[in-house]
Design a protein around this ligand. Structure first.
Ligand code: ADP
Length: 578
């Protein structure tokens, strides 16, 4: 590899890797940013929703507390329920704040709010207990009153106040009811006075009534005390600083929302920038790929062309080398008719131009009788015919050789298979005649369409291989060439020899390029692989069956197409798949 080639190699690899890496990094950054945007997006609004829902629950709770305070609530259960709801909400809020990194700063305020809510809930429970005691005392009061009315002294006028005990009981109840409705200090004093008056009157009462009145007064005092305690607890509840804590959360939340909004805007900006960068990188990457692909395509086309040229040369070379091997034999073949023609011409010359010593005897023609002249003409005619025949033989040989060595580049035309076989036998005759006899079993098959020079080359190759194989025998071989038209409308050619056959382990490789079992310099190993490709390009098949010691049969089938229906291209490139 030269230096520029190395640089080009690494340059292309690096830019490829850098391009892919950049796209991956950009895509990963973009995905991370989008994830960040979504995470930010969801956590803060979710927290706000929960916070607002908690505030609404708290407001409901306050309403319930107010209803109790005003005495319009049927019981205290709604307050307990609201407190429980509120505790659930605040726990969710605290959890949400801890779960998301973006909300962690809210945690202290949320904890403060939770503590306040828990204190408020504890106070609510206290109110509930006080309310229960109050109700209990109120429920006992009617019995205490009816018990005191059982004593007849209850209707007796008391000497010190000019009132009946029953009147004092009524006044105490009235004051208690007023205080329960509005627990003011004034009403508290009033009730104390009424109770004191009753207590004073108790001294003059019979013991049974005085005990009953005492029970009544104890219940009244419980009602008053619990009503007062409840009122104080209510005041404490309303003074629990939940609003201040909530206010702090609200402020921090607004600031968080603002920061998050700014951050979101920044994130969106960066994301858009990255997306644009990604698109630009991707487009330039695709363009560079396309450029590279086009270059590759171009190189590929050039390589295919170069390959075709090399293969064409290879076929031609194989053909010429096969011919080369036969040149010696062919020269000998031409020599025989040539010597014959030469002898004929010498005889003719002798007849027509007699030697000078013969001329002394006068004009031959003149001396010849009519009959002798006729004989001479007949003899000359025979000699000339023989000479012409010899010339014809030489012309056929030369023509056949010319056909074989033609660089016709696979032109498609009508081809007579049997004539092709004959010319191949003729070319191979110099080697063939010493090795084997030839049997032709021709079926008179119709012409096919194909490249005559290529098909002749295939047949010659098979004959030469058969001759080479049979030359190894110690007996004279037999080459049988058969043609027939099959039921599938294909022309079949069998080239059979009774040579040594092909061993099993060799049989599967004989069509491989450069596979040969012949000594170096004798075999190229290209013959059968070229035959295979040529037949394949003609839409046909070539197969082999062989038995060691019995011989080999190569079978070619070719589709029988006339020129009109031919689907073959106008030209078949050797070795290039059709
Ligand atoms: P090459 O003739 O140059 O060796 P081929 O591709 O024509 O190349 O033949 C490959 C091999 O197939 C030959 O070397 C030979 O071993 C075997 N082969 C071909 N034809 C025959 C045959 N008729 N009988 C025995 N072996 C054959």
């Amino acid at each position: 590899m030269t230096y520029p080639a190395i640089r080009e190699f690494f340059g292309s690899k690096l830019s490829w890797a850098a391009g892919t890496g950049l796209i991956v990094v950009l895509a990963a950054c973009l995905a991370w940013l989008i994830w960040q945007i979504q995470a930010t997006d969801a956590s803060i609004p979710n927290f706000r929703d929960r916070f607002e829902s908690a505030r609404v629950t708290e407001a409901r709770w306050d309403n319930e507390v107010l209803s109790i305070q005003l005495g319009i609530a049927p019981n205290y259960d709604s307050v307990t329920e609201a407190a429980r709801n509120m505790k659930v909400r605040i726990a969710e809020l605290a959890q949400e704040a801890q779960r998301h990194a973006s909300l962690v700063s809210l945690s202290p305020s949320v904890d403060e709010y939770r503590r306040a809510i828990e204190h408020k809930a504890w106070l609510s429970e206290q109110v509930k207990a006080s309310y229960a005691m109050l109700r209990n005392a109120v429920s006992v009061l009617p019995n205490a009153i009816s018990d005191s009315y059982e004593a007849p002294e209850v209707l007796r006028v008391l000497s010190n106040s000019n009132k009946r005990t029953a009147d004092l009981i009524t006044e105490a109840i009235t004051s208690m009811v007023s205080f329960t409705i509005s627990p003011t200090p004034l009403l508290h004093n009033a009730i104390q006075e009424k109770n004191a008056a009753l207590r004073a009157a108790m001294k003059t009462m019979p013991p049974v009534l005085s005990r009953t009145i005492e029970r009544f007064l104890v219940q009244i005092e419980v009602v008053i005390a619990e009503r007062q305690r409840g009122n104080e607890l209510m005041l404490q509840i309303t003074s629990v600083p939940t609003d201040a804590a909530a206010e702090r959360i609200q402020t921090e939340l607004i600031s968080l929302e603002r920061t998050s909004g700014d951050r979101l805007q920044r994130l969106w900006g960066i994301s858009l920038f990255l997306a644009a960068l990604l698109v630009i990188t991707f487009i330039s990457f695709v363009f560079s790929l396309r450029r590279r692909f086009m270059k590759l395509n171009n190189d590929n086309r050039m390589l295919v062309q170069a390959n075709q040229d090399v293969e064409e040369q290879l076929v031609q070379h194989a053909k010429l080398s096969a011919l080369g091997q036969m040149v010696a034999g062919i020269t000998h073949e031409i020599n025989t008719p040539l010597a014959y023609v030469k002898a004929v011409f010498e005889l003719i010359k002798e007849r027509l131009l007699p030697e000078p010593e013969n001329e002394m005897h006068g004009d031959v023609e003149e001396d010849l009788s009519e009959e002798a002249r006729r004989e001479m003409r007949d003899e000359l005619e025979t000699l000339l015919n023989d000479g012409l025949h010899g010339l014809e033989e030489m012309a056929t040989l030369v023509r056949t050789m010319k056909n074989f060595s033609r660089l016709d580049k696979g032109h498609i035309e009508d081809f007579s298979v049997e004539e092709g076989i004959e010319s191949a036998i003729l070319i191979a005759r110099p080697q063939l005649k010493y090795v084997a006899d030839v049997t032709r079993e021709f079926d008179g098959v119709p012409k096919i369409v194909g490249s005559p020079s290529q098909l002749r080359q295939v047949i010659l190759n098979l004959i030469v291989n058969a001759v080479d194989a049979m030359a190894a025998l110690d007996r004279r071989g037999m080459l049988t060439i058969r043609t027939r038209l099959t039921s599938l409308d294909t022309v079949q050619i069998d080239v059979c020899d009774n040579g040594p056959g092909i061993p099993e382990d060799v049989l599967g490789r004989i069509f491989d390029p450069f596979f040969t079992t012949k000594p170096v310099g004798e075999g190229t190993g290209m013959g059968l692989s070229i035959c295979y490709r040529i037949i394949e390009n003609h839409g046909g098949t070539i197969t082999v069956t062989s038995k060691v010691g019995r011989g080999t049969v190569f079978t070619i089938t070719l589709p029988r197409q006339d020129e009109k229906t031919s689907v073959l291209p106008q030209r078949i490139d050797p070795l290039v798949a059709a």
